[in-house]
Design a binder for this molecule. Sequence first.
Ligand code: XMP
Length: 516
Amino acid sequence: MNIHNEKILILDFGSQTTQLIARRIREQKVYCEIHPFNLTLDRIKEIAPNGIILSGGPKSVYDKDAPKSDPALFDLEIPVLGICYGAQLMTLQFGGRVEKAVKREFGKAYLDIQDTAGLFAGMEIGHPEYQVWMSHGDRIEELAPDFFVTAVSTHSPQAAIRHRDKPFVGVQFHPEVAHTLIGTDILRNFIFGICGCKPLWTMQSFVDTTVAAVRDKVGTGRVICALSGGVDSSVVAALLHRAIGDQLTCIYVDNGLMRSGETESVLRFFKEKSGLHVIHIDARRYFLDELNGISDPEVKRKKIGYGFIKIFEEEAKKFGDAKYLAQGTLYPDVIESVSFVGDTVIKSHHNVGGLPEVMKLDLIEPLRELFKDEVRNVGLELGLPEEAIYRQPFPGPGLAIRILGEITEERLTILRQADVIVLEEMKRSGYYRKTWQSFAVLLPIQTVGVMGDERTYEHVIALRCVDSIDAMTADWSKLPYDLLGAISNRVINEVRGVNRVVYDISSKPPSTIEWE
Ligand code: XMP
């Protein structure tokens, strides 16, 4: 059966947790898509979901510019779950009343379930420990006709609601967050119980379907792909290799800004072990020359970005028969999420984003339906080594944005050596997989130290380790002192030219993860 035969549609009203709802549903092996709240009725009919979820959102339903979905979606006979703002909107559209809560409710609350059908199937009435997570300023004051209360909480007499005859339900709290202990059960009851979905969305079925779709689209054509060694491009390459074998050509550009041993390990795996057709371009000299004397982070980023496109394009031209360019675009880049916050460019991120326009090739983006954790599972399914799958994110401009100030061979060597030690110690202690990113940064200053009886005046390495879910926000990792001490000792003892290590204890925002 087609894995997309069953799906849940999430209409996004701007909540920070909309993507989390999607991930929770997919964890249950049901496919779902996020679309903006004002998706037309015709599009909804086309998508033909088995259920619709109205997400939370930062607005009040009575705001002048409050986002509203078409109320006619309730005529489609498709089950609907409203979460927080979504439940309030449903109440309003059915003729109930929503008001500013006298007491805004943020954080933990306990749910007193009154109806164990529908969303709360399998749960108990009067259970004292059904912890849920609230985050709302408005609340449902008066139920819409035909709705009744299915659960109350301390400050929400209408914490969950349900239509008498139709499959429309709503919750004031957020079932998608981990603090709602019964959240997964509630979402399962919605997708399996109320919507009647089956768990068809598995990574095995994704691989089978995608392989068939790629073969269909590409026919006998040639596909080229930029291989960086990162998780996304590695999975794209492995997936396409499975689909079209020799019709895939990968181009690996060594910009000289990689971590120690990175190029060798990527080439060893893909070229030697997997038999993939990989062209290795040694562009180390080109990038070092381009970056010579440059300290400004944005100029560094731009030069590396343009340089990459130039070299890639030159190489790809040699494959005149190439019709397609494969890219590792992921679902979070595709979702048109509703954001009520303005877009400001903080850093110009370099990835292969500029390539398609330049090259006039058709795009193949086999991962565009997947979240990062799903991409990892596809990689495992395809037999990529765990080491490649669980590799921490590494920025496109590489070590260039971890060397503050000018980039020289000597400074690259110092940073590479320090970086190896950081990674070794993080892996040895088991913290590598527990942190989002952990790396060394070379600072553009020298400090005084003493080694033996000698005065030293040498470089400083900053250690940056952060916890994060999606890199949008991050907190500095609370690593054990022993581990910090071991890293510091080893870096100062083993890396020539470094006499001091400092630990970065800034969160994002207001700082960023990378230093440049
Ligand atoms: P910042 O430093 O903005 O980084 O907090 C957020 C995440 O993005 C990574 N990063 C990049 N990734 N090209 C990339 O592909 C880039 O130019 C780039 N700059 C930063 C960074 O490592 C972190 O994971």
